[in-house]
Each structure stands twice: as C-alpha cells, then as structure tokens.
Design a protein around this ligand. Sequence first.
Ligand code: ATP
Length: 622
Amino acid sequence: MTRYVRRAVRLLRTLSDLGPGPTAAVVALLVVAALMPSGLAVALGLLVNAVESSAGTQGSGPAGVSAAAMLPLVGFAAVYLLGYFAESLVGPLEYLAVSRVDRAHRARVAQMVAEAPTLDLVEDADTQRMIREVEADPRMGFDRTPGQGALGQVRALAGLVGVLCAAAVLAVHAWWLPLVVLAPATLNRFLRNQQAVVITRHWQAAMSGEMHADVWRRATVDAGAGKETRVLGLAQWMTDRMQRHIREANTPLWRYVNRLVLDEWSQLLLVVVGLAPALLLVTLAAADGSGSLAVQATVLSAGTAVFQLLGSSGAAHRIAGGDAVLTTTAKLAERLRPTDGGGHGPRVPGRGLTASALSGAMPVVTFERVSFRYPGTERLVLDSLDLTVGGGENLALVGLNGSGKSTLVKLLCGLYRPTAGRILVDGTDLADLDPGAWRSRLAVIFQDFVHYPLSLADNVTLGHGTPDEALGRAVSQTGIARVVDRLPDGWRTPLSRSRDGGVDLSGGQWQQVALTRAWLAVERGARLLVLDEPTAHLDVRTEAETYERLAGLRGTTGSLLITHRLATVRSADRIVLLEHGAIVESGDHDALMRLDGRYAEMFRAQAQRFENDLSGSRGGTE
Ligand SMILES: Nc1ncnc2c1ncn2[C@@H]1O[C@H](COP(=O)(O)OP(=O)(O)OP(=O)(O)O)[C@@H](O)[C@H]1O
C-alpha cells in the first residue's frame, strides 16, 4: 500500500512543472468527468421513476407522462452534456500537460547526462540503455513518460472519487450493494495493475534490442548516411535488420499481450460476478414490490460505472510506465552523480582548485606513470606513460594508428580518469580540479569534432556570446574569411543541408571552422591548445597559413599537436613518438633524425613518398 502511495506522490510531484493553474484545471475536469457516470445513474433513476409514477397515475395519458418526465429528462441531458463537455475539454488539456511535464523531464535528463564530469559512465552500455529508457523521446513514439504517468495518476485518483460516488449511490438502495460490486471490481483493478507492471518490465527488457533497431532506423532516414544507402543499395538490408531487431526485442511483450487478449474473458467474468448478484437482488425486490424499475436502472448504471472507473487498463499502463521511467531516472542520476571516491560514480571535483588553473598562466600538465584501459576492456591503451605537456612548450605527438594519441588527449581533458598513475596540473591532481574551470583553460579540437547543424556564427562561438569584434578579429586572423565569403548568408548561414537556406561545408572548410573555435577559446583565456589532426583535410597552402598563425600564439599558449603529417612537426619544440601507449622516442626533429630510430624511418618514408609523387607529376607534365 505504501508503495502505491509513494509511487502516486512521486508521479504527482512532476506536476510542479505544469504550474498550479493548469494542474487545477486538469484535476477539476477529470473529477467532473469521473463523477458523470454516477450523475447519469442518479439522473436515469429519477427519469425512470418519473415515467413509472406518472404512468401509474390514474387517468394520465402520454401527455401527462411527458410533462412529469420533463424535468428529470432535462436534468439527465444536462448531466450528460456536462460530462461530454468535460471529456472533450480534458483531452487537449491533458495533451498539453503531458507535453509540458515531459519537456521539463527531458531537459533535466539532457542536463544530467551532459554535465556528468567524465565520459566513461555515459559510454557504458547500461547507462546508454537507461538514457534510452528515460529520455522520453517523442520520435520513438513512447507512451511511457513521466507526464503520461502523472496524468494517468490524476485520472486514477479522480476515478476513485467517481467510484466512491457510485458506491454511495448504490448504498442508498442497499448498504450491501457497494460491497457486492466493489469486491470483484477491485480485484479486476488489481489484476490490471499487475498486468501493466509486467508489460512495463517487458518493455524495459526490449530496450537493448530497440537500441539496435535505432541504429538502423536512424541510418535509413539520416541524410548524412543517404549517400551510401543509395550508392551501395543498402535500403532493403537496413530495413530488414531494423525489423529483425524490433521483432526479436518485442516478441516476449507481444506474446504476453496476446495472452492477455485471449484471457480477457476472465475480466468479463469478474464484471458478471460483480453485477449479476446486485441486479438479481434488486430485480427480486422489484418483483416482490419492495423495489422498482428506477432502482434497477440506477443500480445497473452505478454498478457499471464502478467497473468502468476501476477497470480501465489505460491509466494503469501509463502509471506503471511513468513510474518505471522515474525509477530509472533516479538510478541514472545516482550513477552519474560524482562521489567522494570509492563509490560507483565519478569523484567530486573541485576540492583543490589551484590558483594557476584560474589564473592566466600557461598550465603544465604532467602524466605520472599513467596507465589506462577503456572501461569494460582488457587492453592497456596507455602504459606507464610519463610526459609533461604545456608551460608554453609546443609539443608534437606522433605515432601509428591506434597508438593511443587521442586517448591521451581525452585523459588530459579529464574525460576519463587514469586506470593507474595520475595527471597533475601545476602539481594538483586533475581529479581534484573543477572540470569546468580546467576545461576553460583548454582550446581543444578533437579529431572527430562535432559539425553542429547551426549557423556558422553559432558553430564557432558555441554559445559563448562572442561579440562581433571577436568575430571580426577571427575573420582577419584565422582564415575563416574564405569560408564566410562563400556562404549565401555569411555568418548566419546554417551549416546543414536539411535546414532552410542551409549549406554543407567541405572537410577542409569544417576544419577551418574548428580552428576558429579554438582561436576564440584562446581569446577567452585558454592557455593550452590541443589539436588532434587539425589540418588533415586542408590544402597545402591553407595548412601552411594555419601553422603560421598558430606560431603567432607562441608565448600566449602552450600547444599539443597530434598529426600524421610529419613535415608539419619539424618546428615543434619537442616531438614525442608513441607506440602501444608508451613513449619510445622524444626530442626535437634534428635530435630524432640523428637518433635514426622509428621517427627518422617514418619521416624518411613520408619524404620519399612526397618526392616520388612530385617526380611522378613532373614526369607526367614533361
Ligand atoms: N571509447 C573507446 N572504448 C574502447 N576502446 C577505445 C575507445 N576509443 C579508442 N579505443 C581504442 O583505444 C586504442 C587507441 O585509440 P586512439 O584513438 O587513442 O588511437 P590514436 O593513436 O589516436 O589513433 P589514430 O592515429 O588512428 O587517430 C585503439 O585500439 C582503439 O580501438
């Protein structure tokens, strides 16, 4: 019982997102709608009674009957119309209420996930399943949302008021009538609640399969994947895979619901068990003269109302679903909540925020015997790595694919914590710094930076409200001018083909956008530039210009550059070669060439290829 009360309270609390006025309106209308069946039962009884008594009056003809029945008839019609009016108003109001509650819930979930300080828990398969369950994404056509649950709960409570009223109507005719009707109706309600809980569990169990289906569902409609879908003829394959995952995920749920449909006769039996004795008893009373047709009509209507109000499975499903979503949301919050270490979640950051992390100084980041493996994997991606980055130094990190370069960047940003060892920022453990404050010291371009389907201005400022002068300086100092000039609406052009007036950029143009983001971050105070393959798509001229501009930041920021183009790292203060997560060579270009090791071998191989290409193209033109 307390479980039911706790569940109801939790669901009803979400109505605070709706506000008192709309909540009161929905509650009032639902109560009026729930009282209607009892009102109709009473009005029907009065009407039949009027017809019966005027028909029994000596000498009264049809005109007499109609006149006597007129008032109850008008009453009946008024009650009916009021109920009809309440139901038709409550539909759209309920819809608005559900959307508002769910919108606030979705915003909370989005913020909770986006603010989790590290990525490991967000990437975890269980977390992803929980997010899929609680995000209440309308694109998925979910009816299991906190809003649906809350409104289902209001409907159920309003229904209880209606049931009490119907029971009172029955009790007027005989004290035992409500007991006879309520017992099977309550049992019916209990069974439906249980079924709703089982259905919700099946729905939750189908989540992983649905997530597989999502991959294919998105791929079939995603404009970005559209090229391959068409050129490689993937449409049928994708839709087959989507259907298969949906089928496999939902078969247990569908089987259970099929069984329920077949077992529906048992619910009917409960209705008969509840209503038949009541009707039989009032009929017998009518036969021996102590009852009447009016009583029969009232009892039948009020009894049916009890079953109607208690037996609806719709509200039960919505309540069970909404409750499950709120339970999972609470678990998700717990999972993503920072702890004081030792717990499951990430550690509470910000305890030892250093002065230099907030000052304008260029930070020095020290990796001390750092080892790292991604959660759920066995392989060490970084292995006892010792490295110092920053402090104004221009450091280049090179290495073969998969050697751990991007992973090192993610650790430096505090997106993961080392499996062993520690990372110090100016002598303070990174885990003890406030992640937001630390990240504001960094200007990072990830290898797979995000192409937001927003305007160019939004794409470079990213919500920082950069003033126009800063954009102006960006135009003159980052080379973005060439991109801006080609866009139909300049800075305001949406960078997505799927938006009105939108265009897409080439890979190289996108990299110029990302470089401008980093440049603006430095303007805002970032003092360590971290660039993971920032120029891989740039033409030779633009690349050379970019490095010239970056060299201009020397003295303002330190930098960590990751690249496969070794020609671009020659001027770095220090080059570090990473292999299998460990540093195998370190020094400036000349020193590494003298060492004649792996770096020198890679450098010569690239230079040789460049020479070959050059002589090939000269041969072609001769
Ligand atoms: N989120 C992840 N979960 C599990 N393993 C990962 C994850 N990200 C990367 N890895 C693995 O970590 C290893 C190092 O990847 P990383 O991206 O750091 O290499 P890299 O040196 O940057 O490679 P590249 O030069 O190709 O960009 C790879 O074997 C990769 O499969």
